[in-house]
Write a protein that binds this ligand. Structure first.
Ligand SMILES: Nc1nc2c(c(=O)[nH]1)N[C@H]1C(S)=C(S)[C@@H](COP(=O)(O)OP(=O)(O)OC[C@H]3O[C@@H](n4cnc5c(=O)[nH]c(N)nc54)[C@H](O)[C@@H]3O)O[C@H]1N2
Ligand SMILES: Nc1nc2c(c(=O)[nH]1)N[C@H]1C(S)=C(S)[C@@H](COP(=O)(O)OP(=O)(O)OC[C@H]3O[C@@H](n4cnc5c(=O)[nH]c(N)nc54)[C@H](O)[C@@H]3O)O[C@H]1N2
Ligand SMILES: [Mo]
Length: 770
């Protein structure tokens, strides 16, 4: 289908009538009548299901409608009337489907039958569940007999705690810790950065903290598109007089203004709520410098206070009693020059001093961040620099304050909590051994980047995907797609067709599962599942819609069947008992983590769920020093070094307002005014001129890398955009072919998707240079 490209700046707020129009459009697109509304009312409610979109916290008591525009789109996409049937698969070869877009593949609707790939016909063909499970188990046993470390068990962050617990146990009994998770591409940077400095791998903020906050600092997160329900907390905070300051290279509408689409008075009045008081368009990768500038200014205000005998600006009592490393960070900050800080951040000293002034006066501050900090070479240092700033004023472990990483997938945090981790030290291996009578592997497993490298190198023979669209989400797509079919076995457990299903191992299965909104009956009883939100609160979720097809099975069922058929007799686990009653899986989790999940099945019934203990909230620091640690960054800029060469640009890969990761709902990025295409490159006006380009020119992007691989993508339309000089933007996942596997965050291995070094080249010149 040819779509009309249109670029027209959007004047409206986040939320508002635009949001209502968009919800209505998507309902029709999935062939749903307003009778889909019962689902929306039950979204994120104590007796309903937890939204399949983002992981933002679910308040108790809940709002009358606890869903947002993008949560509604995610629901419609899952309960769609469209179906991807065996007939569809027999009508299209895999080679043909590879020419389809992400949008068009998923737009076929829910997969209805288990399928097996036939290399002869180049098509998927239906199989029975029994055949599929037996076929998968035979391949897995074969590989295990040679080397159990040659299989990867990937999980995308949607599967429940119950499924995730079973999945990690299966992988470990099978014989490896190869449990990469979508969080490896996402907040792994957080999971590495926070334990070292505050002793917990997750944020310290709970919803109630927003009631007492005076200042919110936001870095690199797009609230209007990716966690719109948070706009309620931001609106309330700002209406109470809290100051919000945003750092983002792009002016994202959600951080600017909001109209609550569920509040008739707000909708009908012409007023919008201004969200950010100050908005700073920091350079991509410039946050360490920006935060260091604020901290440096804060030190000098504190010097003034000491000189004048007025109240100190720093929380010296907290620093003295609770922290370690203050003198080092102080020395670092005093040594920085404003020339360097201004150059690296792209912001002025004056701007940063104003932020420091407000921060110095604020009693309670929350720092919110997302992929704009985590997906850089020095992402870990950036997150730790933000913690430094909070510690200077004792803003951790006090009501109304804290660090707030905004997680992605709806249960991505929970999957890590229940043992999906490639790092053996993150799973309670001794306890698992005792509980199930097997010898757990102790060797570190493969994370996402290492799994990709293993597939390229031929050291991985099988890939099992519990959800997700791995091939589309990872860097270096061309290389990955070329090597993927060399594997012996690929298994994809999925709800909808995506490009990862079109690159198959020698044996390949596509197993369709129930979505979370669907009723999950086992032995006639409707089951509930559980998950953990971004604020470390556990919730239950109960499906309410009849399954899209009788051919679907639940994720716990699928994992249990594969496990039983593969390693059934290797440990004392009653896989069937677990599947018949998920409460027994929760009992098993309680045995594994008696403190965290004490009385799990009872406590999960409570509206609003229950919170997991976060020691840093109580100022108990589970770090090596027993204190909260100030940490000095390794450099002032978080990106790959581009030296003095100003033809190298920092490419930020972005999500539109009309997608959930690789699931493209449509071609309307309303807030950015981009319609009908995703192949655009957002460029600063002065850079367009500098490179002799014009708006609407079609250009190529070429990666600057030194590994001998030429990475180039054609067909990007140039769009003049309000983005800092030297930075450009393009959409994820389209641009992923440009990201080299080796350009990842140090320590956390999160792909550096927010500052890919590239050059813009006119398309004819790029082609001629080949
Ligand atoms: N509707 C919807 N909801 C989602 C998702 C979705 O795709 N669609 N995805 C889910 C997932 S898995 C995740 S992880 C989250 C992702 O949600 P976010 O964390 O918001 O991720 P992105 O949209 O990739 O980019 C975040 C922002 O970082 C900014 N940015 C880029 N580079 C820098 C930088 O160097 N510094 C600063 N300060 N900012 C920078 C970008 O301009 C962008 O606004 O959302 C989750 N929720
Ligand atoms: N360049 C660039 N790359 C990125 C990012 C970026 O910002 N820039 N972001 C990264 C981030 S933060 C993340 S989290 C990853 C996302 O990576 P993934 O989590 O692997 O990808 P998704 O697009 O979320 O997966 C979508 C697919 O999941 C399946 N699915 C949906 N619901 C269910 C379900 O209930 N059960 C099962 N079994 N399957 C289901 C559907 O088949 C759907 O096609 O991408 C990463 N890649
Ligand atoms: Mo994510």
């Amino acid at each position: 289908m040819v779509r009309k490209k249109k670029f027209k700046p959007y004047k409206g707020p986040a939320g508002g009538w635009g949001s209502i129009k968009s919800v209505t459009r998507h309902m029709a697109k999935q062939k749903l009548l307003p009778s889909a509304v019962p689902e929306l009312v039950q979204q994120n409610k104590p007796d309903g299901f937890m939204c399949v979109s983002c992981a933002w916290a679910k308040p108790e008591p809940s709002h009358p409608a606890e869903f947002c525009e993008n949560g509604a789109k995610a629901t419609f996409a899952e309960i769609t009337k469209k179906r991807t049937t065996p007939d569809f698969f027999s009508a299209h070869t895999i080679t043909d489907l590879r020419t389809w877009s992400d949008h068009d593949l998923e737009d076929q609707g829910r997969i209805t039958h288990p399928m097996r790939f036939n290399r002869e016909t180049d098509c998927y063909e239906p199989v029975t569940w029994g055949e599929a499970i037996a076929g998968i188990a035979a391949e897995l046993e074969d590989i295990r007999s040679r080397d159990p470390e040659r299989v990867v068990f990937y999980a995308s962050g949607r599967a429940s705690l119950e499924t995730s617990y079973m999945y990690q146990l299966f992988a470990r009994i099978y014989g490896n810790n190869n449990l990469p998770d979508s969080s490896n591409m996402c907040h792994e940077t957080t999971s590495v950065a926070l334990p070292e400095v505050i002793g917990v791998p997750v944020g310290t903020v709970r919803l109630e903290d927003f009631d007492d906050v005076d200042m919110i600092l936001s870095f690199g997160q797009n609230v209007g598109s990716n966690s719109p329900r948070m706009l309620h907390q931001l609106k309330d905070a700002t209406e109470r007089g809290a100051t919000i300051v945003t750092f983002n290279p792009l002016r994202e509408r959600g951080w600017e203004r909001f109209v609550d689409p569920q509040n008739p008075a707000h909708m009908l009045s012409s007023g919008e709520t201004r969200i950010s008081t100050l908005y700073h368009q920091v350079r991509a990768g410039g946050d360490i410098a920006a935060i260091a500038g604020i901290a440096k200014a804060l030190l000098s205000f504190d010097d003034d206070a000491c000189a004048n005998g007025t109240a100190r600006v720093l929380d010296t009592a907290f620093i003295g009693e609770h922290t370690s490393g203050f003198s080092k960070i102080e020395e670092f900050l005093r040594a920085q020059t404003w020339v360097d800080l201004e150059r690296e951040s792209g912001l002025t000293r004056k701007d940063l001093e104003v932020v420091a002034k407000i921060y110095g006066r604020a009693r309670n501050t929350i720092a919110i961040y997302g992929m704009g900090l985590t997906q850089h070479k020095l992402g870990v240092d950036t997150v730790q620099m933000l913690v430094n700033l909070l510690l200077l004023k004792g803003n951790i472990g006090r009501r109304g304050s804290g660090i707030c990483p905004v997680r992605g997938h709806s249960n991505v945090q929970g999957q890590r909590t229940v043992g999906i981790a490639e790092k053996p030290e993150l799973a309670p291996l001794d306890q698992l051994e005792k509980q199930y009578g097997f010898e757990a592997p102790r060797k570190e497993g493969l994370n996402t980047i290492k799994a990709c490298q293993g597939i390229v190198a031929g050291s991985v023979d099988a890939f099992v995907g519990l959800g997700g669209n791995f091939l589309r989400a990872v860097p270096d797509r061309d290389q990955m797609e070329a090597h993927w079919p060399n594997m012996q076995l690929t298994v994809q457990i999925a709800t909808k067709l995506n490009r990862s299903h079109l690159f198959n191992g020698r044996a390949a299965y596509l197993l369709p599962c129930l979505g979370r909104i669907e009723i999950d009956r086992q032995q006639g009883d409707e089951q509930i599942v559980t998950m953990e939100d971004s604020t470390a609160v556990f919730h239950k979720s109960k499906g309410m819609r009849e399954p899209a097809s009788p051919g679907l099975r639940s994720e716990p069922w699928i994992v249990a069947q594969i496990a039983k058929a593969t390693i059934g007799s290797d440990a004392s686990i009653d896989w069937d008992g677990w599947v018949n009653d998920y409460a027994t899986i929760r009992d098993a989790m309680e045995t594994t983590w008696p403190e965290m999940f004490a009385d799990f099945n009872e406590r999960i019934k409570k509206p609003g769920g229950f919170a997991r203990p976060i020691p840093a909230r109580e100022r108990i620091w589970k770090t090596e020093t027993g204190k909260a640690n100030f940490k000095t960054p390794r450099a002032l800029q978080a990106s790959f070094d581009d030296g003095e060469d100003d033809t190298i640009l920092r490419l930020i890969t972005l999500r539109s307002n009309d997608q959930f990761n690789t699931t493209v709902y449509g071609y309307r990025d309303r807030f950015r005014g981009i319609y009908g295409t995703r192949m655009v490159v957002l460029v600063n006006k002065s850079d367009i001129k500098r490179f002799g380009l014009k708006e609407n020119d079609v250009v190529s992007l070429v990666t600057v890398a030194d590994d001998g691989i030429h990475r180039r993508m054609d067909g990007f339309t140039v769009l003049s955009y309000d983005i800092p000089q030297g930075c450009i933007g393009a959409y994820y996942p389209e641009a992923n072919a440009l990201i080299p596997l080796y350009q990842h965050a140090q320590d956390s291995f999160t792909p550096a998707a927010k500052s890919v070094p590239v050059r813009i080249v006119p398309q004819d010149i790029a082609a001629a240079a080949q």
